[in-house]
Design a protein around this ligand. Structure first.
Ligand SMILES: [Fe+2]
Length: 345
C-alpha cells in the first residue's frame, strides 16, 4: 500500500494520501487548499489517479482542498450525510464503505467535535479526524459540538477498536505523527475520566479561543459545491421535475453514475443503465458503451448521480468527447426524490 502522511504547518493539519499500488487509484483524506499543488505533484510522481477526496468533517481552521482537487482532477468529493456543505459528490453514513481500487475504508460516525465528524477505518489503522487526537480530543464548543456525543464516539466506538490499531488524527500541534488505541487509552489525559459527566465538565472548562481562520474557513468550506449553473447555462441540465416525465421515453437513456452500494442503499430510477463514474472516460470514447449507445440509437444521454456533481462533470466530459446530446439531472437523485420521482430498489 502507498500511504503518505502530509503536513500543513500553518494549520497543523495532517492529510493522508492512500493507494493500493503505484499506477492505481488514490484517495486523499482532509486535504488543505494551500497544499493542492503539492498533492497533485505527488500524485503524478507516484503515477496515481486521484479518484476520491474525503473530509472527516467541516473544518474550522483551514480551507478544504476538496473543491480544488475536484476541479483539477474530476475526483469524487466525500463527506458525511450530516454535513452542512452545499454539495459534495457522495455522502456517507455509519456502516458505509468508501472504496477505491484495492482499498476499502469503513465509515464510523463519530460526532462530538462537530455533528458531522466521521472516522475512517482501514485495516490496522483509523483516521480519527478531530474526534481522537494524540493525547487529546477535538474541542466540542462550536459547530454543533457536543461533549456527550464525543464521549460516546470515543468510549463506545474508537477506543473499542483493537489496542494495536494505529491512530492517525487530522491534527497535531506537538509534532507527534501517529499513536495507537492502546496508547491513547492509557496516556490520553482527556480519556482518563470515570463518567460521561466528568468528560462533559472537562470539555466545558477548556475556554479555548476560536481558531484564527474560523470566520473565513467555515463559510468557505460550506460552499465547496461544483457550480452546476455553468452546466445549466450551457443548456445541458434538466431539472428533476422536468426529468420525471422522461422515464420510459424511447429517445432518452438514463444513466446512473453512482456506485453499486449507493444504488442498493438509495434506489435507482426505473429503467436506468448503470455506468459507474470511474469508468466514464472509457464509456464515452468511440467503442465505449455510452458512445456507441448514442451513436447507434440516437438516444439522448441523461446522466444522474446522488447530488448532481458527478453527473455535471460527466456531462462536460461527454460533451468534450463529442456526445452532443449528453445532459444531466440537476441535483441528482436527491432532487429527483424531492420532485416525487419514482425510485425502485
Ligand atoms: Fe476540526
Amino acid at each position: 500500500m502507498i500511504f503518505r502522511q502530509l503536513f500543513d504547518c500553518v494549520s497543523s493539519t495532517y492529510s493522508y494520501l492512500l493507494a493500493s499500488r503505484r499506477g492505481g487509484e488514490a484517495l486523499i483524506i482532509d486535504p488543505v487548499l494551500e497544499k493542492v499543488e503539492r498533492y497533485l505533484q505527488l500524485v503524478q510522481e507516484l503515477d496515481l489517479k486521484l479518484v476520491k477526496a474525503v473530509d472527516t468533517h467541516l473544518h474550522a481552521d483551514h480551507i478544504t482542498g476538496l473543491g480544488a482537487l475536484r476541479d483539477r482532477t474530476r475526483c469524487i468529493t466525500v463527506m458525511g450525510e450530516q454535513s452542512s456543505v452545499d454539495v459534495v459528490s457522495m455522502r456517507v453514513a455509519e456502516g458505509d464503505r468508501v472504496q477505491i481500487e484495492g482499498l476499502s475504508l469503513d465509515v464510523l460516525y463519530t460526532p462530538g467535535h462537530t455533528d458531522d465528524s466521521y472516522s475512517y477505518l482501514l485495516g490496522d489503522r483509523v483516521f480519527t479526524g478531530d474526534t481522537l487526537l494524540i493525547r487529546g480530543t477535538g474541542r466540542t464548543d462550536f459547530q454543533n459540538g457536543d461533549p456527550r456525543a464525543q464521549y460516546d464516539s470515543l468510549f463506545n466506538k474508537l477506543l473499542k477498536l483493537p489496542d494495536d490499531t494505529l491512530v492517525y488524527p487530522a491534527h497535531d500541534y506537538k509534532g507527534d505523527t501517529v499513536s495507537t488505541i492502546g496508547e491513547e487509552k492509557r496516556f490520553n489525559p482527556r480519556v482518563q475520566v470515570t463518567s460521561v459527566d466528568q468528560y462533559v465538565d472537562l470539555m466545558n472548562s477548556l475556554n479555548l479561543p476560536n481558531p484564527k481562520m474560523m470566520d473565513v474557513a467555515v463559510p468557505s468550506n460550506m460552499r465547496q459545491g461544483l457550480a452546476q449553473q455553468t452546466i445549466a447555462a450551457r443548456g445541458w441540465a434538466v431539472s428533476a421535475a422536468a426529468a420525471v416525465p422522461l422515464v420510459g421515453r424511447p429517445d432518452v437513456a438514463l444513466v446512473d453514475l453512482r456506485e453499486r452500494a449507493e444504488r442498493e442503499k438509495h434506489g435507482v430510477i426505473p429503467g436506468s443503465l448503470h455506468a459507474p463514474y470511474p469508468d466514464l472516460q472509457e464509456n464515452i470514447q468511440p467503442g465505449g458503451m455510452l458512445y456507441e449507445l448514442a451513436a447507434s440509437t440516437g438516444k439522448r444521454i441523461l446522466f444522474y448521480c446522488a447530488f448532481g456533481e458527478r453527473s455535471a462533470m460527466a456531462v462536460q466530459a461527454a460533451q468534450d468527447a463529442g456526445l452532443s446530446s449528453a445532459c444531466h439531472i440537476q441535483g441528482g437523485l436527491d432532487a429527483w426524490k424531492k420532485a416525487a420521482g419514482t425510485v425502485v430498489r
